[in-house]
Design a binder for this molecule. Structure first.
Ligand SMILES: [Zn+2]
Ligand SMILES: [Zn+2]
Length: 344
C-alpha cells in the first residue's frame, strides 16, 4: 500500500509498504479520507511527540471496514463506514478511573504511537478498539465530512465543560477551522451572540456568519468587544489559536465571573504568557484549560454533522493525494486553506 511517512522534521516520504494484516483481534480499514489537523502541521515541522522518530501521521480518519477479526464479528462488518478519532486511554490510571479519559496518564494516539491515516489502509488493533474512539458514520454523511467529527469533538468537550449555553455572548479568538467550529458549537448550544476575532483567515470565518467579525490586524479586539457589549464584557472568551497575546486579551474582554478558555496550545519553546492577574482576582475570572475529549464527544460530533448543526462541507477547501500533503501543509500554514482532506 502507499503511505506518507514522516521520517523527521520537514521530511515526508512516500513509501510502498506491506498492507497491514488483520489478526483475530484486529479490524482492517480502507482509508477513504483523512483530515490534516493543525497538530499535523506542527508535527511536520517540529517532529512527533513522545520521541517517536518515524510514523504515518493522520488522525481525522474515515473509511470502510475491509476485514474483521474473529473477536469483533459481533461489533463490525465488512463494508461498514466508520469514523476514527486518535485518542486511546489506558482505563486503569487515576484519571481514567474517574472518567477523565482525556487526561489519561498513559494516553496514546493513532498517528503517533500507531500508524495513522495518511495511508491506503490502517489496522485497528484490540487496544484501539477497546479503549479508543471508533464510530459508525451516520447515513447521509460523506467520508470527507465525517473527518470533521474529530476536531469537532474537542470543541464540543471544551464548551460542555465550560457550560456555554443559552443567552451567552461568546468571543472566539481565532479564525481557523477550530475557531469556526467553536462558533457553530456555541450557536448549537444556544449562545445568542458569537463575536469572532480574525487573525489571518477572515474570508473563511465570514462564511460562518459570526454576529461580529473583528479584524485583529486593524482593530483592537478588547476595545471592540467592550464596545459591542456596551462595556459589560463577554460571558466567555475562547483563545483558539497558538498566540500568547490572545490569552491576555481574553482576560481583558470578559465580564466579572466570566470564563477564559485556553483552547490552543502555545509553541513548546515559548509556553509563557503574561496576563493581568488583578482582573482574575478582583473580577473572579475562571481560566480554563481544555485538551482532547471523551469518546461520546466524537459520536456527538458525527450527529451534529448529520443534522447540519456543524456544516462540515463548508470547512473543506480541497482534497489532495498522499503525495500532495507537503504542499497542503504549506497552504494551511499560510492561511490559504481552512481544512484540507487527504484521499489516500
Ligand atoms: Zn485533529
Ligand atoms: Zn488512563
Amino acid at each position: 500500500m502507499q503511505a506518507a511517512v514522516l521520517t523527521g522534521p520537514g521530511t515526508l516520504v512516500m513509501r510502498e509498504l506491506e498492507k497491514p494484516s488483520c489478526g483475530e483481534t484486529d479490524i482492517l480499514i480502507k482509508v477513504k479520507a483523512c483530515g490534516i489537523c493543525g497538530s499535523d502541521v506542527r508535527n511536520y515541522h517540529a517532529g512527533l511527540r513522545g520521541n517517536v522518530e518515524e510514523q504515518i501521521m493522520g488522525h481525522e480518519i474515515a473509511g470502510i471496514v475491509e476485514e474483521v477479526g474473529r473477536a469483533w464479528s459481533d461489533s463490525f462488518y465488512v463494508g461498514q463506514r466508520l469514523a476514527i478519532a486518535p485518542d486511546v486511554s489506558c482505563g486503569t490510571c487515576y484519571y481514567c478511573l474517574r472518567g477523565l479519559v482525556n487526561l489519561c496518564a498513559a494516553h496514546r494516539m493513532i498517528g503517533t504511537h500507531w500508524p495513522g491515516g495518511f495511508a491506503e489502509y490502517i489496522q485497528l488493533n484490540e487496544t484501539i478498539l477497546a479503549r479508543g474512539m471508533v464510530h459508525p458514520i451516520p447515513e447521509g454523511v460523506g467520508f470527507d465530512e465525517a473527518t470533521l467529527a474529530e476536531p469537532a469533538a474537542s470543541v464540543l468537550a471544551s464548551q460542555h465543560d465550560a457550560n456555554i449555553g443559552l443567552g451567552d455572548t461568546v468571543v472566539v479568538i481565532g479564525d481557523g477551522p477550530i475557531g469556526c467550529l467553536h462558533l457553530e458549537v456555541a450557536r448549537a448550544r444556544g449562545a445568542s451572540k458569537v463575536i469572532m476575532v480574525g487573525l489571518d483567515r477572515l474570508a473563511f470565518a465570514e462564511r460562518f456568519e459570526p454576529d461580529h467579525l473583528i479584524d485583529a490586524a486593524s482593530q483592537d479586539p478588547v476595545s471592540e468587544v467592550m464596545r459591542i457589549t456596551n462595556g459589560f464584557g463577554a460571558d466567555a472568551a475562547i483563545a483558539a489559536n497558538p498566540v500568547a497575546e490572545t490569552q491576555a486579551q481574553g482576560v481583558e474582554m470578559v465580564r466579572k465571573r466570566g470564563q477564559v478558555i485556553l483552547f490552543g496550545g502555545l509553541p513548546k519553546q515559548k509556553p509563557m504568557t503574561t496576563i493581568n492577574s488583578n482582573l482574575i482576582h478582583y473580577n473572579e475570572l475562571i481560566i480554563r484549560g481544555s485538551f482532547s475529549y471523551p469518546a461520546a464527544m466524537h459520536k456527538l460530533g458525527l450527529e451534529l454533522i448529520a443534522t447540519g448543526k456543524i456544516r462540515a462541507a463548508k470547512y473543506i477547501t480541497k482534497t489532495v493525494s498522499l503525495a500532495e500533503i507537503p504542499q497542503a501543509i504549506a497552504d494551511l500554514k499560510e492561511g490559504r486553506a481552512l481544512k484540507i482532506v487527504v484521499h489516500p
